[in-house]
Every structure is written in structure tokens, then in C-alpha cells.
Ligand binder design. Structure first.
Ligand SMILES: O=CC(=O)O
Length: 324
């Protein structure tokens, strides 16, 4: 019997799967790439039963949904679903899932990597070794200690909590701001202190790590007012979504030396245009959204997407369903 079809991007991240993960999907489904779909919509549209998306690479809008009469699920790789209009998708009787839990460790690790790389000038050090334009590593390249410093975590969900656990190993003082305070036992387990006021956290932290979901409430959460609160020797680390930070305000804060440095896994757009002002600062690290980008995590993510899609096709409960 023919395998059911799914529609997917296969262009590689950001926004698609790599070829190496296709066999896991092809055990159960025939993959129709988005490029093939666009060329031969009339041949494929009625066959497609699930849509595999990573980030906003495919726009899941009214037009696309109307063109797929047998679509049962939109299966998202990763935890953030800010690029999906869930009420709209649900209104077509189509289910939505993501892959929570499986991304937590990899994303927390990238946050720690960015903090350490920025504090200890890892990128400059590498560039010095490789390109050596001057003889001595300049005084301006002296780093700053992570151990014993104060880390402020904005957004204490699963990933924020994993970061706190790791930071505890670095003997950091840990502050966090979140919609809800965590139970005392959980705070104690990682040595984290709740700041009901985000401004207080910003004033006290040497490193500010942003881990919130993007929502209307968190859109440009960190802007001019927030940078004005931060210590001049502090570092902003963003591993959530680019739009949680006002990038113009960040450029301004860096120019005015209101903060020491920034380390970003996420920006808007992604990737940044090569002439973007953020790329001109020696004290800014920019990654092309690598939070979940490991072989192991990506493999588990794809397996989880397959599990959710199979559940939708057989009319079962999606283990990771998100409802509007
Ligand atoms: O960005 C990564 C994710 O949403 O999991």
C-alpha cells in the first residue's frame, strides 16, 4: 500500500530537515518537498495528510490550508510556535503539535555556550590565532569571570530551569523573572531567587539571559528602557526569539556602551543581512539560530514529529498537541 504523504521543507536548517533525517520519516511517509509541491500542486494537494514545519520557512496561511483538503496535522519541529496561527489552523479541523522537552538540554547548552564564549572572548581568541593581524592579544580582549557572577534569567520555563541548573555548577548567583514564581523547593534545588520585577533583575545581573516565548506580551520586551537599567559591564544573551529584543535599541545601547556585550542565537531577520550594524561590533556574537541544532536532538525531534503525525493520521491523541 502507498505510504501517506507529508509536505515538508528539506532544505536544511534554519527552516528544514537535512537529508540524513529523511529515512526516519520515509519509514512511514512519502515526503513531498515544498519545492515539488509548488510546481505540481494539482498532483499532490489531495494526497498530503501532514505538514512538517520548522520555524517560519513555510507560511501556513489560509491559502495553503485551503489548498490541502486532507491535511490532518501541522507538526512543528521545535518548541516555539510563534510562526503558526493555531486558531486558524484548528478552525480547519487540523491539529497542531510541537516537540517540547526534547529541545531543552540543547537549547540550555547553547545559552551557556554563548555566555561563556562572550565572557571569555572565545571568538576573538580564535580569530587572533587564525588571522593574527597584531602580535599581542590586546588588553581590550581581557574577558570577564562567569564563575561567581550574577545571572538573571528572564523566563523560567523548562529551558530557563535547565540553564539555572547549569549555572549552579558555575557557582553563579541566579536571579529569575517569570510570570509565575516557581515552588520554593525548585528554587532551592538550583539556588535561584525570584525577582517579581524584571527591572530589579536587570539592575542586578552581570549576565541577562532571555528565554521567554515570543508572544504579544514579550514582543520587544527588552528595549531602550530595559537597556538603561542594565549594568555597563553586563551582557545580554538571547536564545528565545529575535523579536523579544528591540535590535535598534540594542545597537544604540552597544554604541553608547550601556552594556558590555551581546550574544545572540536569534535575530530578526534570520540570518541577519551581512551589513547589519550588529555584525560590526567586536563584542557581539551572532549565531544562525543553532539552539536545537545537534545531531542527537534533531534526530529525536524528527522521531517525535513522526509520532505526532502518525497519531493524527490514525485519529489518535497527538502526544504533543497544542490547542489554541
Ligand atoms: O527555536 C527552537 C525551538 O523553538 O525549539
Amino acid at each position: 500500500m502507498d505510504k501517506p504523504c507529508i509536505l515538508a521543507t528539506t532544505l536544511g536548517a534554519p527552516g528544514g530537515i537535512y537529508k540524513c533525517f529523511e529515512p526516519c520519516i520515509e519509514k512511514h511517509f512519502t515526503i513531498i518537498t515544498f519545492e515539488r509541491f509548488v510546481q505540481r500542486k494539482e498532483d499532490f494537494a489531495a494526497k498530503i495528510q501532514a505538514l512538517f514545519v520548522w520555524g517560519g520557512a513555510i507560511k501556513v496561511d489560509q491559502n495553503l490550508l485551503q489548498s490541502l483538503p486532507n491535511l490532518k496535522a501541522v507538526v512543528n519541529g521545535g518548541v516555539g510556535v510563534d510562526h503558526l496561527d493555531i486558531p486558524l489552523i484548528n478552525s480547519f479541523g487540523i491539529k497542531v503539535s510541537n516537540t517540547p522537552h526534547v529541545v531543552d538540554n540543547a537549547t540550555a547548552d547553547i545559552g551557556m555556550s554563548l555566555m561563556l564564549a562572550s565572557a571569555r572572548k572565545i571568538v576573538e581568541g580564535h580569530n587572533f590565532s587564525k588571522f593574527r593581524e597584531f602580535d599581542d592579544f590586546p588588553e581590550s580582549s581581557l574577558g570577564t569571570d562567569v564563575s561567581g557572577a550574577t545571572l538573571g534569567i528572564i523566563g523560567m520555563g523548562r529551558i530557563g530551569y535547565k540553564i539555572a541548573k547549569r549555572a549552579q555548577g558555575f557557582e553563579m548567583k541566579i536571579l529569575y523573572h517569570n510570570r509565575n514564581q516557581r515552588p520554593e523547593s525548585e528554587e532551592k534545588a538550583v539556588g535561584a531567587m525570584y525577582c517579581a520585577s524584571m527591572m530589579e533583575l536587570l539592575q542586578r545581573s552581570d549576565f541577562v539571559m532571555v528565554v521567554v516565548n515570543l508572544s504579544p506580551q514579550t514582543h520587544k520586551l527588552i528595549g531602550a528602557k530595559e537597556f538603561a537599567m542594565m549594568k555597563p559591564n553586563s551582557t545580554l544573551i538571547n536564545i528565545s526569539r529575535g523579536l523579544v529584543v528591540d535590535q535598534d535599541a540594542l545597537v544604540d545601547a552597544l554604541k553608547k556602551k550601556m552594556i558590555r556585550a551581546a550574544a545572540l542565537d536569534v535575530t530578526y531577520p534570520e540570518p541577519l543581512p551581512r551589513d547589519h550594524p550588529l555584525l560590526s561590533f567586536p563584542n557581539v556574537i551572532v549565531l544562525p539560530h543553532l539552539g536545537t541544532h545537534t545531531m542527537e536532538t534533531s534526530q529525536i525531534m524528527v522521531e517525535r514529529m513522526v509520532t505526532n503525525a502518525l497519531a493524527a493520521l490514525t485519529g489518535g491523541q497527538l502526544p504533543d498537541e497544542i490547542k489554541a
